[in-house]
Design a binder for this molecule. Structure first.
Ligand code: UFG
Length: 333
């Protein structure tokens, strides 16, 4: 079994992937500039190459030894709102630099790529649950650049034979129940960590509920929350499937198939923590679709993926344990 290069392996989802791979005795090398990631999120036995994932010298160092068999490409900017304000940043990083990485990958003899994609490739859903054949119509540069790279993977597969699995995540949440790693973004824009931080600190403005006039049961947006360890497991299964030759080139959704409204998430946070975070209804956030729920039937069929931590309360509980033990994230580690 060859080594696995994980770009962005020190980030929130990346660090859970690295931990899962190490637990399954896979050799890992991480390429991360630590702009968003944290050194403390990595196990001591994972090699870290610190720097830009498109730097030819660093890629040479990672790939020229010839023992990297698969690349898990996680390094990316991932804020939808920011991508609308600064599209150049997203085209440069998520597309241009990713293409340079892909070119190095196809020259190096790497067998396959697992790519961190997103439900944002679908835009406003016309059908729910969303399966992989749902029209792709991104409504922001974040989803647009992720989709463009998926398409590049398909053409590179055809021309050079590099295998790929693009995993389209719905709403990643939670933290490894084993402790020590979790979500630490700055600024934090995601609903669950914002609510948990609010419970912990109590001060500052209430957490905004971005719109309560959507066509949903309680008027707030509905999302499909999926545990970060279950996402991590899917990456390993994708590597194994490419290794065995049962997967060549595929895009696959990862979600639990169940939607929860913002108010239901607030209720779950209240039950898990014993404190109801202070919230206030605010204007809609531009670009938010009313409902995003996945069909993950293909993930079950093609990867044998069975999410373990499916219950919303259990997902929130793992996140709560991380936030409680690390109130200042990795800053306190
Ligand atoms: N929300 C609030 N208040 C907040 C933060 C979020 O009401 O303070 C709402 C949002 O409007 C949305 C829901 O909570 O309806 C979830 O929002 P998140 O910011 O936690 O997650 P998103 O659904 O916006 O985005 C996530 C990833 C994206 C990915 C998308 C695909 O962050 O990268 O899922 O489903 F594209």
């Amino acid at each position: 079994m060859g080594r696995i290069l994980v770009t962005g392996g020190a980030g929130y989802i990346g660090s859970h992937i690295v931990r899962d791979l190490r637990r399954n005795d896979r050799e890992v090398v991480v390429l991360d500039d630590l702009s968003e990631g944290h050194r403390a999120a990595l196990p001591e036995d994972a090699e870290l190459i610190e720097g830009d994932f498109a730097d030819p010298k660093l890629l040479g160092r990672a790939l020229d030894s010839g023992d990297v068999e698969f690349v898990v490409h996680m390094a990316a900017f991932c804020q939808v709102g920011e991508s609308v304000e600064e599209p150049a940043k997203y085209y440069r990083n998520n597309l241009d630099k990713s293409l340079r990485l892909l070119d190095a990958v196809r020259r190096s003899g790497v067998r396959g790529v697992v790519f961190s994609s997103t439900a944002a490739v679908y835009g406003d859903p016309v059908d729910v649950p969303i399966d992989e054949d749902h029209p792709r119509a991104p409504t922001n540069p974040y989803g647009e650049t992720k989709l463009a790279f998926e398409r590049a993977l398909a053409w590179f597969h055809r021309a050079y034979g590099v295998r790929y699995v693009a995993l389209r995540y719905f709403n990643a949440a939670g933290a490894d129940p084993g402790g020590g790693i979790g979500e630490d973004h700055d600024p934090e824009t995601h609903l669950i960590p914002r609510l948990l931080r609010k419970v912990l600190s109590g001060d500052g403005d209430p957490v905004p509920i971005f719109g309560d006039d959507y066509p949903t049961t309680d008027g707030t947006c509905v999302r499909d929350y999926v545990h970060v360890n279950d996402l991590a497991q899917a990456h390993r299964l994708a590597v194994e499937a490419m290794e065995e030759g049962s997967l060549e080139a595929e895009s696959i959704n990862l979600g639990n198939g169940e939607g929860f409204s913002v108010r239901e998430v607030i209720d779950a946070v209240g039950r898990v923590t014993g404190t109801r975070p202070e919230t206030a209804v605010a204007a809609r956030r531009p670009g938010d679709p009313a409902i995003l729920v996945a069909s993950s039937e293909r993930a079950a069929r093609r990867l044998g993926w069975r999410p373990q931590l499916r219950k919303l309360e259990r997902i929130v509980e793992t996140a709560w344990n991380w936030h409680r033990e690390h109130p200042r994230g990795y800053g306190a580690a």
